[in-house]
Design a protein around this ligand. Sequence first.
Ligand SMILES: Cc1cc2nc3c(=O)[nH]c(=O)nc-3n(C[C@H](O)[C@H](O)[C@H](O)COP(=O)(O)O)c2cc1C
Length: 209
Amino acid sequence: MRKHYREEGLAESGLAATPVAQFAAWFQQAATEGRLFEPNAMVVSTADAEGRPSSRTVLLKGFDERGFVFYTNYESRKGRDLSENPYVSLLFPWHPMARQVIVQGVARRTGRDETAAYFRTRPHGSQLGAWASAQSSVIATRAEVDAAYSELAARYPEGEQVPVPPHWGGFRVAPSSVEFWQGRENRLHDRLRYVAEPDGGWHVERLSP
Ligand SMILES: Cc1cc2nc3c(=O)[nH]c(=O)nc-3n(C[C@H](O)[C@H](O)[C@H](O)COP(=O)(O)O)c2cc1C
């Protein structure tokens, strides 16, 4: 299969009109081929106000022409970084398909209604977990979070509505460029990058492998 992709390559003529449409096509293949454990797992890189970078894996929970959405704790390191510096990179490491997609853009918080609608779709335990963990803060023991969770589970038993934590929600990354990387023979990979135009359109440029 990997060989097949390499032979197939990625040509300008085969690209969709927008990076999101092209992403949708690749994402659909990644999701249906079954060779990726979590095709929606992406590496999110942020930088703080001084430009110090950090990366972590996060799950993509939705995408459309407005951008790519993930959910997290706004007080986490990434949450704080993004409130100081909204520039972000998302990287999809689809190695078994010899593919990689890199999105660069600007992250903005999703509206509270959108966050609440998504929060309600999460399993009850995950909803409690969002309250129980002050994500990325240093803690003394595991017991601290287990105790916080137990307390919350007693307050909000299964079936009871858990309020949306104010410190938790989504970010939508509006892309300014999206690179599609397709592995090819002899390290002569295909790299096609959509770059946003001021008028809202896109132009595509080919990068040397
Ligand atoms: C496969 C996978 C999926 C993850 N998904 C999320 C997610 O959707 N949201 C999130 O906040 N953290 C997620 N995490 C945890 C993050 O990698 C990270 O540990 C956490 O968000 C704190 O990151 P920070 O301290 O850099 O902000 C995931 C981790 C893995 C390995």
